[in-house]
Design a protein around this ligand. Structure first.
Ligand SMILES: O=C(O)CCC(=O)C(=O)O
Ligand SMILES: [Fe+2]
Length: 224
């Protein structure tokens, strides 16, 4: 059974010119709370107004030194099925699978998005993993963001720019609990918090008939 919390992009006409949420307050509704057993998710479908989200998308597609890193699985080297780039405060190191990522300087627009998240949630982050899914064949497999350097109950703030993709969650241990399937729209913010990473995995599955990119920024606090 799939619990469908799909959120579709709806247009609205506000045109913010400065990066403050106060300029677009009426676009940020209360978040949707999604809290199946042992997970705690908050979804703001309209975190960024469309014009602002378009601006960030275009800038980050162009300016980010995207890399297609390689990981080893069962002794064989594979290119990851997406592009990525890790930014953060100086000297932050983040390791997942067998990849070690050293923080590169914050891009000004990424910093601006970080400030907007702080303005809305009061959460601070010291790094961000940017992922680019170039088309529907790019994807991310099942995982939890539960590396020890993220601390015991990590808060992860995930901003989507560009093509909406499915984001699916499943409980790690209890197969009777329904999967949660979200569609994360352009300009949305999803907060994963509490015990979510202990008990749940998430994934961005491949998707047919998608030929345009999505960027996802997952802000984290890495404790080195
Ligand atoms: O692209 C997404 O929405 C998820 C990215 C993610 O799970 C991660 O970077 O750990
Ligand atoms: Fe993740």
């Amino acid at each position: 059974m799939i619990q469908n919390c799909a959120t579709l992009l709806t247009g609205h006409s506000m045109k913010p010119t400065t990066p403050s949420l106060f300029d677009q307050q009426n676009t940020i509704a209360e978040p949707q709370h999604i809290h199946p057993k042992q997970a705690d998710l908050l979804l703001y479908p309209h975190f960024l107004a469309p014009a602002q989200a378009d601006h960030y998308l275009n800038q980050l597609l162009d300016d980010t030194p995207w890399q297609q890193d390689e990981i080893r699985v069962f002794g064989k080297t594979h290119k990851i099925p997406r592009l990525q780039h890790f930014q953060g405060d100086a000297g932050i190191r983040y390791q997942y699978s067998d990849l070690i990522l050293n923080s590169q300087p914050w891009h000004p627009q990424v910093n601006a998005i970080k400030a907007l998240i702080y303005e809305l949630t009061n959460y601070r982050f010291n790094s961000v993993l940017l992922n680019q899914y170039r088309h529907g064949n790019d994807k991310m497999g099942w995982h939890s963001d539960d590396e020890p350097e993220l601390g015991p109950n990590p808060v992860i703030a995930s901003v989507t720019l560009g093509t909406a993709r499915k984001f699916v969650l499943k409980h790690k241990y209890d197969t009777d609990i329904a999967k949660v399937e979200l569609v994360l729209p352009h300009g949305s913010l999803l907060i994963m918090q509490g015990t979510t990473q202990h008990f749940w995995q998430h994934a961005v599955p491949a998707s047919r008939r998608i030929f345009t990119p999505r960027i996802n920024l997952t802000f984290r606090s890495v404790i080195n």
